[in-house]
Design a protein around this ligand. Structure first.
Ligand code: NIG
Ligand code: FE
Length: 399
């Protein structure tokens, strides 16, 4: 047994274990002059320092604020090639959907990624995950989706598995865009070959689909979701990014873990999410980078939904390498309060991945936590473009 008592915590701030919905997202637990006991990687006790139990080892933190490690529930951190040309074209006025429809965009990332080996993909993704880690992300979801052909999709997932030796990563099989020809046969192959293979090898915990006018239809999404469920995989969805075509409603009906994006969601989609257990995940980096409308974060919380937030780190729509900055942007762009943003980036992000063992600094949870440079946790949602974090602890160990 190893145990460490962390002391010198000016302020310990955490949501209760989640998920939290609606107004409950604002109810944080705040302990001034706190201490935290970690035993074998888990939180064994938390409270006021003057009531702390004794422990074999002590670690003074010197009077800083402590919050839970952030959970980034949506990234495409494995890719090859770049989208710098797309970026220049877009800022000159060519829309993202037009670039995609004319064979660029996601399709150019597919060409480069499908040509890379597992080792190359790991080497490209490692510094991206390191950046997310330094920004406070102690668990990161990583999707496939730039493979298109099945062998390349599985190579991406094997790269994620390799990265799992160094980082806490949660792998998702993303069915991203259909081939330009033979989409019916492709969807059949996804259901009958790719999903069964990924499930049998334990390469993914969930299946995600990009349900959009330029990508997969609601009916195609339903078929893919049914195959995923038949193989014991959870469901996630990219929906309402450009058009609300019914994907959100389908995902809520089928019990998906989360629906992500939601920039084009209206009243019907907000009501569907509020009435379901499905987490609504917003991605403010996309709003910033593509200049899209912001997802209705405020309205979703006010309607009673469980809201999470993520970076959507990817080369095309969100080159955002900081989970802390995603949190700070959600306050500015989506109308979240700082407290709601912390809940969205921790316990609710865990729920968007089907995890209940992390995200809250409560007894029994993983001791994944962050120390700030100063004594007030609000530097976390406040700071733009510098790192307000001093250290990142995973399982009670500084990493
Ligand atoms: O979450 N919208 C679809 N997929 C990604 C973008 C991927 C890309 O542009 O390469 C997203 O925004
Ligand atoms: Fe995405």
């Amino acid at each position: 047994m190893t145990e460490t008592l962390f002391t010198g915590i000016a302020q310990l701030v955490t949501p209760p274990p989640g998920p939290q919905r609606g107004a409950a997202m604002r109810e944080l637990m705040v302990i001034q002059n706190a201490a935290l006991l970690v035993r074998d990687g888990l939180i064994a006790w938390v409270g006021s320092e003057n009531e702390a139990p004794t422990a074999s080892a002590k670690h003074g933190l010197g009077g800083v604020a402590v919050v839970p490690g952030l959970i980034d529930p949506h990234t495409h951190a494995v890719w090859a090639g770049d989208r710098l040309g797309d970026f220049e074209a877009r800022v000159a006025g060519v829309p993202y959907e037009t670039i995609l429809a004319t064979g660029g965009g996601i399709r150019s990332s597919i060409a480069a990624t499908a040509a890379a080996t597992v080792e190359e993909l790991v080497a490209l993704a490692r510094p991206r995950l390191e950046a997310l880690h330094r920004s406070g992300a102690t668990t990161v979801e990583v999707k496939s989706g730039y493979g298109l052909d099945f062998a390349a999709e599985l190579r991406m997932l094997r790269a994620v598995r390799e990265l799992g030796r160094e980082f806490a990563v949660i792998p998702t099989l993303l069915i991203h865009v259909p081939p330009t020809e033979g989409r019916e046969a492709y969807v059949r192959g996804v259901c009958e070959t790719l999903i069964p293979e990924a499930a049998a090898e334990g390469l993914a915990t969930a299946v995600d689909v990009f349900c959009e006018a330029e990508s997969f239809s609601v009916e195609e999404t339903r078929k893919i979701f049914e195959a995923a469920q038949a193989h014991g995989l959870k469901l996630k969805l990219h929906a309402d990014q450009f058009h609300a075509i019914g994907g959100t409603e389908l995902a809520c009906r089928m019990g998906a873990l989360s629906v992500d994006h939601l920039e084009a969601s209206g009243g019907a989609q907000i009501a569907a999410l509020a009435a379901s257990k499905t987490v609504a995940t917003i991605l403010p980096g996309v709003t910033l980078h593509l200049g899209l409308p912001a997802a209705p974060g405020r309205a979703l919380i006010d309607a009673g939904a469980a809201l999470a937030l993520g970076t959507d780190l990817n080369p095309g729509s969100s080159p955002l390498f900081s989970a802390q900055l995603a949190l700070a942007l959600a306050v500015r762009l989506n109308g979240l309060t700082p407290a709601e943003a912390l809940t969205a980036a921790t316990v609710n992000a865990a729920a968007a991945l089907g995890l209940t063992d992390r995200g809250s600094l409560s007894v029994g949870q993983r001791a994944d936590f962050l120390t700030l440079n100063g004594p007030d946790w609000r530097d976390l949602p406040y700071t733009l473009g510098a790192n307000p974090l001093r250290d990142v602890f995973v399982g009670g160990v500084k990493r």
